[in-house]
Design a protein around this ligand. Structure first.
Ligand SMILES: *Cc1c(COP(=O)(O)O)cnc(C)c1O
Length: 380
């Protein structure tokens, strides 16, 4: 039976050539020319001065927050609707994440709610560009300027996405990326911190490599980490970056093909693209409304039986057992939009290897399943 996975990386001859080069030359650890190339090319791609590679997206966020000096007693305002790594990274520093509800259209954090959450302990705001759609950054940047807060962007799902022409990751004090296998650019596992600040870039470099004293190796003044990316990962990343334009075009094409086929399906909310946004559609995400006639979970089950793999939306941070039991949640806080979309949202196959006939297949199955379910309902 035909089976369409929700995601598959697209790797080719260039990645293989670079990896061969690493193995042949013996430069397989974290020194080697691909690291430098990948960092420089990635900084150029984002339109920033500095890029510091790390072991994954989670450590990239932690490294950014550690470089800014976040510590116990500080607060970081971030969306509740995101991947757990965003919250973990805050918790690693000892700071407390303060959650914001989502807005209906883009599913990103509702920027109108942020100011009300600022306290004397707030040190940073961390917007997350969910599923490849940029957050409305101007209100956040203005508020951060007024209240003297740091802005750290979690752009793990938004390589190349643009807000009013500016690249996601380049607008805050620091931006963080992931290169996990399902992300827009992959290195297998990997991450990157980008910034325009020389001081922050230097601090991040120091902290990601055990903070060797610049004066004397094996003398250490800071508590630091080993978050070094390998040359082999950077070799894959450099090859990926050479074709990122084509990869982004492909993501947007997948979204356009889905939009054309699904726009008339009753009760299915399609992903938005605000006037000021250039969405990279990391995952083609939809929300199942009442009018659709079946629940999100039933739809996912039925699609799976038809050979279509999907994923449910993230479970919001305020509903995570690990967060609930930590006692950090604000009393009486509620997050109705995040609750709603997390129960109703799913994403369809969006891998870069997907072809038009695969999208036809997915959409045909989705319509078939809906129709079957409606008929059965009538009969009942
Ligand atoms: C993938 C992801 C991360 C974490 O990246 P890893 O490389 O898996 O550690 C962080 N934040 C968001 C929003 C992500 O989607």
């Amino acid at each position: 039976m035909r089976y369409i996975p929700v995601n598959e990386p697209l790797l080719g001859a260039e990645e293989l050539k670079n990896i061969r080069d690493c193995v042949k030359s013996g430069w397989i650890s974290s020194k080697g020319s691909y690291i430098r190339k990948f960092e420089e090319d990635f900084a150029d791609f984002c339109g920033v001065k500095y890029a510091v590679s790390t072991t994954n997206g989670t450590t990239a966020i932690h490294l950014a927050l550690a470089s800014l000096g976040l510590k116990k007693g500080d607060e970081v305002i971030m969306p509740t609707f995101t991947m757990i790594a965003t919250a973990y990274a805050v918790l690693y520093t000892g700071a407390r994440p303060v959650f914001v509800d989502s807005e209906e259209k883009t599913w990103n954090m509702d920027t109108s709610l942020v100011e009300g959450l600022v306290t004397p302990r707030t040190k940073a705001i961390m917007p997350v560009h969910i599923y490849g759609h940029p957050v409305d950054m101007d209100p956040i940047l203005a508020l951060a300027g007024k209240k003297r807060l740091f802005v750290v962007e979690d752009a793990a799902e938004a390589h190349g996405a643009k807000y009013k022409g500016r690249k996601c990751g380049s607008m805050g004090d620091m931006g963080c990326f992931s290169f996990y296998a399902n992300k827009i650019i992959t290195t297998g596992e990997g991450g990157m911190v980008v910034t325009d600040s020389k001081k922050l870039a230097e601090k991040a470099r120091l902290l990601k490599d055990l903070a060797h004293s610049p004066k004397k190796r094996f003398l250490h003044v800071d508590l630091a980490y080993n978050y070094r990316m390998t040359n082999m990962q950077a070799a894959i990343g450099a090859a990926q970056l050479d074709k990122v334009g084509a990869l982004l075009k492909k993501k947007r094409r997948i979204a356009r093909l889905y939009n054309e086929r699904l726009k008339d399906v009753e009760g299915l909310r399609l992903p938005a693209e605000e006037k000021w946004a250039w969405n990279v559609y990391w995952m083609y995400s939809v929300v199942v409304e009442d009018g659709f006639g079946m629940t999100r979970d039933t739809l996912m089950e039925d699609l799976r039986a038809e050979g279509v793999d999907t994923r449910a939306f993230f479970v919001p941070m305020h509903s995570q057992p690990v967060i609930k039991s930590s006692g950090i949640l604000r009393k009486k806080a509620s997050y109705p939009v995040a609750d709603r979309i997390s129960k109703r949202g799913l994403y369809l196959p969006t891998g870069l290897a997907l072809e038009e006939k695969d999208i036809d297949f997915v959409c045909a199955k989705l319509k078939k399943v809906q129709k079957k379910h409606r008929k059965a309902k009538k009969r009942r």
